[in-house]
Design a protein around this ligand. Structure first.
Ligand code: IPM
Ligand code: MN
Length: 354
C-alpha cells in the first residue's frame, strides 16, 4: 500500500486535487496499484485553522509518505500577514524539510494545442523542454534582511548563495535526464554579472565532463528568456538556479497556451512532491472551472518517479492526450466548436479513457 499525502491548499487547490485523485484512482485500479490517501493542511488553509502555514503534522506526514500531491497555496486573503507566516512559506518549508533540491518542469506542445500558443504555431509545435530548477538554494533560502532603516534610508536585501555541491547535484540530474532525451543541456546563468553564476558555470562544465554523451551549452538568463519565446525548439534540458527557474518556467509554460496544463515534480533523497506549475487562482476558486490537467499530469509524474509505475503514468498521459484530441476543453482553452468541460467533467472524461 502506497501512502499519498494530499495537500489541497488554497483557492482552486481543492478542485484540482479532487480531479487528480479521481483519475489516479482509476489508473491505480487498472494497474493493480494500492494507494491510500490522507489529507493535510498547508498554506492559507493552515493559517486559518492553526495560525501557521506549515504545521508540524503536515511535515511529519509528508516525510513518512511515499509521495505528496499538492494543489496550490496562497491568496489575497493572506497578503498582509507577517513575511514568516505567508502561505508561500508552506511550500518553501516543505521543499526544505523534504530536501527537494530538484524541480522538474516538462513543457511540451502537442501539435493539437499549438494553435493555442501566443506564439506562432509553427514555432512551438513539437517543442519539448525539460526545465530543471534548483529548488532548495539560492536567493530563496539565502540570508535576508527585511526592510529597515539603515543610515536613514529604508533598506532590504536577499543573498544569492550557492555552494559547489548544490550546483553539482542539480547539473548531474540534468545531465542524466538529458541522456534519456536528446542529450542536450543548456545551463542558464548570469555569469557576466554574478559571482554565484560564475561558480555555477564553472561547476556545470566540470560535471558535464563526466557525461561525454551530453552536450552542455551556456546561456545568460536574459538571452534565455528571449530564446524561449523566439526559438523554443532550440532547448532540450534547461538547468538553472532557483530564482531564474521560477521565472523562466512560467514563461515557458505559456508557450503551450495555458499554464493550467503544466505539471511538476520536486525530488530529493526522500519523498517527492508533485504539483501543477500554476498558483491558487483565487479569482476562479470554487467555480469548478479550473483546468485540472496540470495536476493530473503531476499525478502521472508521481506514479513514474515516486511509485515506479511507469505504465500507469503513461496510461494517464495518453488519456489526457486522447481527451484533448476529442475536443474537451476547460474554460482557459475553450474555443467555439469545442466541448466545454468543467474541472470535474474534464477529470471524468480522462478517467473514462483509462
Ligand atoms: C512556484 C511558485 C513558488 C515559488 C511560490 C508559491 C513560493 O511560484 O512553485 O513556482 O516561487 O517557487
Ligand atoms: Mn513560480
Amino acid at each position: 500500500m502506497k501512502q499519498i499525502v494530499v495537500i489541497p491548499g488554497d483557492g482552486i487547490g481543492r478542485e484540482i486535487t479532487d480531479a487528480a485523485i479521481l483519475v489516479l484512482k482509476k489508473a491505480a485500479a487498472k494497474h493493480n496499484i494500492e494507494l491510500a490517501f490522507s489529507e493535510y493542511d498547508a498554506g492559507g488553509a493552515a493559517i486559518d485553522k492553526f495560525g501557521e502555514p506549515l504545521p508540524q503534522a503536515t511535515i511529519d506526514a509528508a516525510k513518512a509518505a511515499d509521495a505528496v500531491l499538492l494543489g496550490a497555496v496562497g491568496g489575497p486573503k493572506w497578503d498582509s500577514v507577517a513575511p514568516h507566516l505567508r502561505p508561500e512559506r508552506a511550500i518553501l518549508g516543505l521543499r526544505k524539510a523534504l530536501g527537494l533540491f530538484a524541480n522538474l518542469r516538462p513543457i511540451s506542445v502537442p501539435a493539437s494545442l499549438a494553435e493555442y500558443s501566443p506564439l506562432k504555431p509553427e514555432l512551438v509545435s513539437g517543442a519539448d523542454i525539460l526545465i530543471v530548477r534548483e529548488l532548495t538554494g539560492g536567493i530563496y533560502f539565502g540570508e535576508k534582511f527585511e526592510a529597515q532603516e539603515v543610515d536613514g534610508v529604508m533598506t532590504a536585501w536577499d543573498k544569492e548563495y550557492y555552494t559547489r555541491p548544490e550546483i553539482e547535484r542539480i547539473v548531474e540530474l540534468a545531465c542524466q535526464a538529458a541522456q534519456k532525451r536528446k542529450g542536450k543541456v543548456t545551463s542558464v546563468d548570469k555569469s557576466n554579472v554574478l559571482a554565484s553564476s560564475r561558480l555555477w558555470r564553472k561547476t556545470a562544465h566540470e560535471v558535464a565532463e563526466k557525461y561525454p554523451d551530453v552536450e552542455l551549452g551556456d546561456m545568460y538568463v536574459d538571452n534565455a528568456a528571449m530564446q524561449l519565446a523566439s526559438n523554443p525548439k532550440g532547448f532540450d534540458v534547461l538547468v538553472t538556479s532557483n530564482l531564474f527557474g521560477d521565472i523562466l518556467s512560467d514563461e515557458a509554460a505559456v508557450i503551450g497556451g495555458s499554464i493550467g496544463m503544466m505539471p511538476s515534480a520536486s525530488m530529493g533523497k526522500g519523498t517527492g512532491l508533485y504539483e501543477p506549475i500554476h498558483g491558487s487562482a483565487p479569482d476562479i476558486a470554487g467555480m469548478g472551472i479550473a483546468n485540472p490537467v496540470g495536476t493530473i499530469l503531476s499525478a502521472a509524474m508521481m506514479l513514474r518517479y515516486s511509485l515506479d509505475e511507469n505504465e500507469a503514468a503513461e496510461t494517464i498521459e495518453q488519456a489526457v492526450e486522447a481527451v484533448l484530441a476529442d475536443g474537451y476543453r476547460t474554460a482557459d482553452l475553450y474555443r467555439e466548436g469545442m466541448k466545454k468541460a468543467s474541472t470535474m467533467e474534464m477529470a471524468e472524461a480522462i478517467a473514462a479513457k483509462i
